[in-house]
Design a protein around this ligand. Structure first.
Ligand code: ARG
Length: 286
């Protein structure tokens, strides 16, 4: 599938016209059958607040359907009872060039997920899998951006894992420091739109990392605090369509102005655990 779109005529005249191209993706997802907010390991989680698990499952199914409707393939891993955050498949591993760098979770509550995901990859026939020596929460903090691995640290992933991941996956690494506990994973503050373009919320990063991002991506889409605050940057792009939380309307508008097609989805229940569309989605890159 290749769908293209020209940049809209409303875009600023100073901006170079760009053609956005969708490429077919393979994703791994995990149904929130045992989803709950039973512990708090990030500021979004409040175990005293009610969570509607059936609604979480319906919203998750519609996210999976959205991907399929866009022409992508969705594989599913069987959820494990007692692992309420396993729905956040992005944390399960990092995959590039068909190689799988396993996750190693910071908190005991999620530790078992690492094994479950790695077992899935082995059973699915991935020959090159690696147990991580250092704490890393998969694509939550390790984002493949073109030929670079953007790697977050500060709350979860050990910076020592960055080099290990880069070496295993064959990608040069750019380390980025996160400083705001609400944006505890890189994928809550930065979205890879395509091989050359990203969107991010500068307030989530240390001053030195903000400078790094400005230098690497001078044309990046700078998101507003209000978009970050609804986990708007926790979005999944195929190069043209950007699946993002329905509340992130200003971000959606600005993506549209740059020639992308925003695809809003409702994920209110999973946000109670601090997750959005990207958290539910692990890209299987061959
Ligand atoms: N409750 C989960 C945690 O705190 C949410 C994980 C969200 N995943 C992500 N890729 N940002 O670990």
């Amino acid at each position: 599938m290749t769908v293209t779109a020209s940049r809209s005529s409303e875009s600023a005249p100073s901006e170079r016209p760009a053609e956005r191209v969708a490429t077919r993706r393979r994703y791994l997802m995990c149904e929130p059958r045992y989803f709950a907010v039973e512990y708090a390991i990030n500021p979004w989680m409040d175990p005293t607040q009610p969570v509607d698990r059936d609604l979480a499952v319906r919203q998750w199914r519609s996210l999976a359907e959205t991907y399929r409707d866009l022409g992508h393939q969705v594989a599913e891993i069987e959820p494990v009872e007692g692992l309420p955050d396993m729905v956040f498949a992005a944390n399960g591993a990092t995959v590039a060039h068909g190689r799988v760098y396993g996750a190693r979770f910071k908190y005991a509550e999620r530790a078992e997920e690492g094994r479950a995901y790695l077992d899935w990859f082995k059973a699915a026939g991935y020959a090159e899998t690696r147990d991580a020596t250092y704490v890393n929460e998969g694509e939550g903090d390790l984002l493949v951006a073109g030929g670079t691995l953007l790697a977050g640290t500060g709350f979860r992933t050990d910076p020592a894992a960055h080099a290990e991941a880069g070496e295993m996956l064959g990608l040069p690494v750019v380390t980025l420091d996160l400083i705001d506990p609400s944006y505890y994973h890189l994928d809550t503050a930065l979205c890879v739109l395509d091989a050359e373009n990203i969107a991010y919320f500068p307030g989530a990063f240390s001053p030195a990392s903000q400078m790094k991002l400005e230098e690497l991506y001078p044309d990046a889409l700078i998101a507003e605090a209000s978009d970050a605050a609804v986990l708007g940057l926790n979005a999944v792009s195929d190069g043209l369509h950007v699946v993002l939380p329905i509340e992130a309307d200003s971000l959606a508008e600005r993506l549209r102005a740059r020639g992308y097609r925003p695809v809003p989805v409702a994920l209110s229940e999973l946000r109670k655990a601090g997750g959005g569309p990207k958290c539910c989605t692990l890209e299987l890159r061959s």
